[in-house]
Design a protein around this ligand. Structure first.
Ligand code: FES
Length: 129
């Protein structure tokens, strides 16, 4: 079996939605203390639906590819649906990952959860104002 699927390699070579987002509704950061790789995920939300997502990942091919796949997966999902996405789901969407690279997909799950947390905090702040 090849190390990475064609799909993951495609997302690594041609990342979708790469870059910082202007005026995001939520920003999530996740990092791996062992390898030092970092993901920053940005989401736009309207009527409880994620309408746009982008990311900046400084990391390995698996981290970059799964981050790109994640942004495609979450567009159009409600916040509740997005919260059900685990790193396993992302790894499956990536066509599988070698066992030693599964941890790389954890960045995607943690970044997503952090972005949603940030979105929820911002909503509470808006209500307080
Ligand atoms: Fe660091 Fe992949 S080696 S996330």
């Amino acid at each position: 079996m090849p190390y990475y699927s064609e799909k993951l390699l495609d997302h690594f070579r041609n990342p979708r939605n790469f870059g910082e987002m202007k005026d995001p509704d939520g920003v999530g950061r996740a990092g791996n203390v062992v390898c030092g790789d970092v993901l920053e995920l940005y989401i736009k939300v309207k009527d409880n639906v994620i309408t746009n997502a982008s990311f900046m990942t400084f990391g390995c091919a698996a981290a970059l590819g799964t981050s790109s796949i994640l942004t495609e997966m979450i567009k159009g999902k409600t916040i509740e649906e997005a919260l059900e996405i685990s790193n396993q789901t992302v790894a499956e969407q990536a066509g599988g990952l070698p066992p030693q690279k599964i941890h790389c997909s954890v960045l995607a799950e943690e970044g997503l959860k952090a972005a949603i947390d940030d979105y929820k905090k911002r909503q509470v702040e808006k209500v307080k104002k």
